[in-house]
Design a protein around this ligand. Structure first.
Ligand SMILES: [Ca+2]
Ligand SMILES: [Ca+2]
Ligand SMILES: [Ca+2]
Length: 263
């Protein structure tokens, strides 16, 4: 095969991989750079020291129980081992989608205190000049039972009122459907479970093109009992367009062709 043909194929493959989604919604954290396998992953605090490797990933961790710790107060409630431990939440975006991963000890088939929906606040209610500043208000949510994104106008609080700091746990009846999302709830991985989701930026009225401002958002997750919860302030970062990469690849190709012609 001619060298120039090989170059064309290589650059084409590079361009294709550049447009691929940044994360795979499969319930595995390998794409985030975190492994839940091995004995060390069983130790309390493992997720606090083993974090996603992506430069723009936003992370909150709170791994405060493990299979060996017995019953612990994890705030505001209790957990037997990892059973109700809300352990970590990750966020990142590419040019088209945002990605969320949650690590918890709550099993996908937990019947009594099941995992809650994933709430997203774009900050309309976090604005210090707003009368509702600091009031909890989440404008969007992923219904994890149906993998649907809703505009949220009501929600359900955890069943224990003393755990109200963990509210909300579930999207309420007053909601409107926006679109389907990719969502996965993993099988057990060393007593941990991973919830992973991908949402189109368009569905939230967001964009991440070059020159766009950074956009903050707030994520929230808990379970029906509200024994533990996670809040993450995250940032949608603008990313280079594949088109600019293609231009760069084209320039390289032209340079290579010229060099070949001159030789
Ligand atoms: Ca994944
Ligand atoms: Ca844990
Ligand atoms: Ca926790």
């Amino acid at each position: 095969m001619r060298k120039s043909a090989i170059l064309v194929i290589t650059l084409s493959l590079l361009a294709i991989s550049c447009q691929a989604q940044a994360y795979v919604v499969d319930g595995s954290l390998s794409d985030w750079g975190v492994s839940l396998s091995g004995a060390s992953a069983l130790v309390k605090g493992y997720l606090d020291t083993n974090k996603p490797t992506g430069a723009t990933a936003d992370v909150v961790t709170e791994d405060n129980a493990s299979t060996t710790t017995g019953w612990l107060n994890i705030g505001p409630g209790w957990s037997s081992g990892n059973t109700y431990d809300a352990e970590a939440m990750y966020f990142d975006n590419d040019g088209a989608n945002l990605y969320i991963a949650i690590v918890t000890g709550v099993a996908a088939n937990e019947a009594i205190y099941p995992a809650g929906d994933i709430f997203i606040d774009l900050g309309y209610y976090q604005d210090p000049s707003s009368a509702t500043y600091n009031a909890k208000k989440y404008g969007f949510g992923i219904d994890i039972a149906t993998s649907k994104l809703y505009a949220v106008n009501s929600w359900v609080n955890p069943i224990y009122s003393q755990h109200s700091i963990a509210s909300p746990w579930k999207i309420g009846a007053n909601r409107s459907y926006i679109g389907d999302v990719s969502f996965a709830y993993s099988a057990a991985q060393n007593s941990h479970y991973v919830l992973e989701a991908m949402i189109s930026l368009d569905d939230l009225g967001l964009s991440a093109n070059p020159g766009d401002p950074e956009q903050d958002l707030w994520l929230h997750w808990t379970m029906k009992c509200g024994n533990d919860y996670l809040n993450l302030q995250a940032t949608v970062n603008p990313v280079p367009e594949p088109a600019s990469f293609l231009l760069m690849a084209g320039g390289l190709l032209l340079g290579a062709a010229k060099k070949r012609f001159l030789n």
